[in-house]
Design a protein around this ligand. Structure first.
Ligand code: PLP
Length: 397
């Protein structure tokens, strides 16, 4: 899946251009930088791809989520509804903003269930934060309608879905704000990197200030700039942005390869009666980073995952047993073990997640397997790879 699989001369050339001047910072150093602004270049590319008014590059996807929440004014006493199946960055960014994460179940899309969100909304809810897991969209029509009904902000965590779309709209560009990650394992990578996109000029301006110590960026001399509010340092470096500039030009090629690979695997697995596939609210817009499917029982899924791995199938995930992505194994979070005490405001409204019932999500996650599609696979290798996966699954049924 990751874009680093296809690093070549293009990334090296971009990095070399930055090293020719040695200016690694996005702001200032006017003459020395010889007109090179890799962040601005990548932001413009993101903005055009996402079809939005504004894009802000930041240090990583977690920083993008935190920045979006802070820019929306979300903080102490506010609740953010997020899915029980996601990456730990979801609740980390909500804590960082000073707000309270409220977990809701996922459904057969493996993304937020709109009905579960409805049940989770209270008078303290400010944001619904769907996560477009494994490269494909959540049920955005229903979630957007719900946000309008209750007057909530919709913040899309599109960190795993840069390049995917929903009914013709680039993911991340649908809600009030959208967030991307360009970390080393994402389809388009900067090594580390992230972005916030929005159509709201005011929100962009606040995000831009927040991510750089509150600087208003209205003066060439940083020491003379105003700071309407304190922020943080979530800046990305020119070197990281340079790699992203080369990677984003390859995005269509990447998605094309992933879709070709996924089709081969899906065709092979479709012949197994016991295998059913993840529901995609818009199959056309899938970025095809994973093929995700369900087996009839938890035991069969665990057996299938073990057998696939034993037979040498790469990139096999049984998320239910994974420590990073599903609430079942987030013991630090559930037992409230934090590096330093969180504010009582955050914890006051937080349900007791050690005791909470996520059986509706368990129903899907316990039986779910994803196989990661690699960019480096050659077309001629695909039939054998897909056949091996299908044979491995058949062998345990
Ligand atoms: C990768 C990821 C993030 C965080 O991105 P980083 O750049 O690694 O900080 C957030 N949410 C999801 C769903 C992710 O997959």
């Amino acid at each position: 899946m990751p874009g680093f699989e296809l690093f070549d001369e293009a990334e090296r050339k971009e990095v070399a251009e930055v090293m020719e001047t040695g200016v690694l910072m996005r702001y200032g150093f006017g003459a020395a930088r010889a007109g090179r602004w890799k962040e601005r270049e990548m932001e413009e590319a993101i903005r055009r791809r996402a079809g939005v008014g504004h894009a802000l590059l930041v240090a990583d996807g977690t920083a993008a989520l935190t920045t979006a929440l802070a820019a929306l004014g979300v903080g102490s006493g506010d609740e953010v509804v997020m899915p029980a199946f996601t990456f730990v960055a979801s609740f980390e960014s909500i804590f960082a903003a000073g707000a309270t994460p409220i977990l809701a179940d996922v459904d057969d899309t493996l993304c937020l269930s709109p009905e579960a969100v409805r049940k989770a909304v209270t008078r303290r809810t400010k944001v619904v934060m769907p996560v477009h897991m494994c490269g494909a969209a959540a049920d955005m029509d229903a979630l957007q309608a719900l946000c309008r009904e209750y007057g909530l902000f919709l913040v899309e965590d599109a960190c795993q879905a840069f390049g995917a779309s929903y009914k013709g709209k680039f993911l991340g560009g649908i809600g009030e704000a959208g967030c991307y990650s360009f970390d080393f394992n994402k389809v388009v990578t900067c090594g580390e990197g992230g972005a916030v996109v929005t159509n709201d000029a005011k929100l962009y301006e606040r995000a831009d200030m927040y991510h750089d110590h509150g600087h208003d960026h209205k003066n060439d001399d940083r020491g003379l700039e105003d700071h309407p509010f304190p922020g943080y340092n979530y800046r990305i470096s020119e070197l990281h942005a340079a790699i992203g500039c080369a990677q984003i030009r390859k995005m269509d090629t990447f998605i094309g390869i992933l879709r070709r690979n996924k089709k081969a695997f899906k065709d092979a697995l479709s012949e197994i009666r016991e295998v059913t596939f993840r529901r995609l609210p818009d199959p056309e817009g899938d970025s095809a980073t994973f093929l995700t499917f369900f087996l009839p029982t938890e035991e069969l899924a665990r057996d299938a995952a073990a057998t696939l791995k034993a037979k040498g199938v790469e990139g096999v995930f049984h998320w239910y047993d994974n420590n990073w992505h599903y609430v079942r194994n987030w013991t630090h979070f559930k037992e409230r073990r934090f590096a330093s005490p969180l504010s009582s405001d955050i914890l006051k409204g937080m349900p007791d997640y050690a005791a909470a019932d996520f059986s509706a999500s368990d129903h899907w996650l316990s039986r779910c397997i994803s196989i990661s599609m690699k960019l480096g696979w050659k077309e001629e290798e695909l039939p054998a790879k897909a056949e091996k996966a299908a044979r491995s699954i058949k062998s345990i049924l």
